[in-house]
Design a protein around this ligand. Sequence first.
Ligand SMILES: CC(C)(COP(=O)(O)OP(=O)(O)OC[C@H]1O[C@@H](n2cnc3c(N)ncnc32)[C@H](O)[C@@H]1OP(=O)(O)O)[C@@H](O)C(=O)NCCC(=O)NCCS
Length: 181
Amino acid sequence: MTYPIRIVGQKTVLREFTQEDVDDVLGIIGDDKVTTWLSFDSRGRDEAIAMVRGAVERAQLEPRTEYYMAVTKHDDDRVIGFVRIGFAGVEAGKLGCATAAGEWGRGYATDAARTLVTYTFQELGLHRVSAAIGPENTASIAMAEKLGFAREGVLRDHVFTNGAWRDSVLYSVLAHEWTHQ
Ligand SMILES: CC(C)(COP(=O)(O)OP(=O)(O)OC[C@H]1O[C@@H](n2cnc3c(N)ncnc32)[C@H](O)[C@@H]1OP(=O)(O)O)[C@@H](O)C(=O)NCCC(=O)NCCS
């Protein structure tokens, strides 16, 4: 049986999404400042509803295919971002995250990613976590390097976003390398 996950980090709490989160999610995935760096274009309210519904439904799957977590501050349950690890490959997961633009630079994404990666290595037994990042996404690259991810190479024309193909730089960290818990 699946059960709701709640993980407390140093600056953030990672919890499951609920339908109440649609407005907060729209503030993130409907904002061009955020989505310009993501693999999809900005989305409207119907798509935010669908995104939250999909995350809620997939959280019930047994076994889970992903941990798509809402990120909140410690003292406020509103969603300020999301962090996701989707299972792909052999004992491997792909990391993705975003923070609402008004909250950038306060360490929330680094803390949320650190907390979820620790959980996937320690509790889920994954061996490898990777992140595919746009070459000009300096904030995300800084975060990956701060967390000890190694640069593996370039995925050519990896995503089609904002009307054009975009490369990704592939980063990864392995369980035995992880020292950030
Ligand atoms: C990347 C992102 C998730 C970082 O979120 P955040 O909550 O600001 O992250 P942090 O505060 O932990 O900062 C991580 C690093 O980003 C950089 N950074 C943060 N805000 C920045 C800004 N306004 N300008 C430039 N760099 C910035 C810093 O280098 C920081 O490292 P530092 O604390 O050592 O200086 C956020 O910028 C975002 O949502 N971007 C759009 C979506 C995205 O790129 N997602 C990742 C796709 S792979």
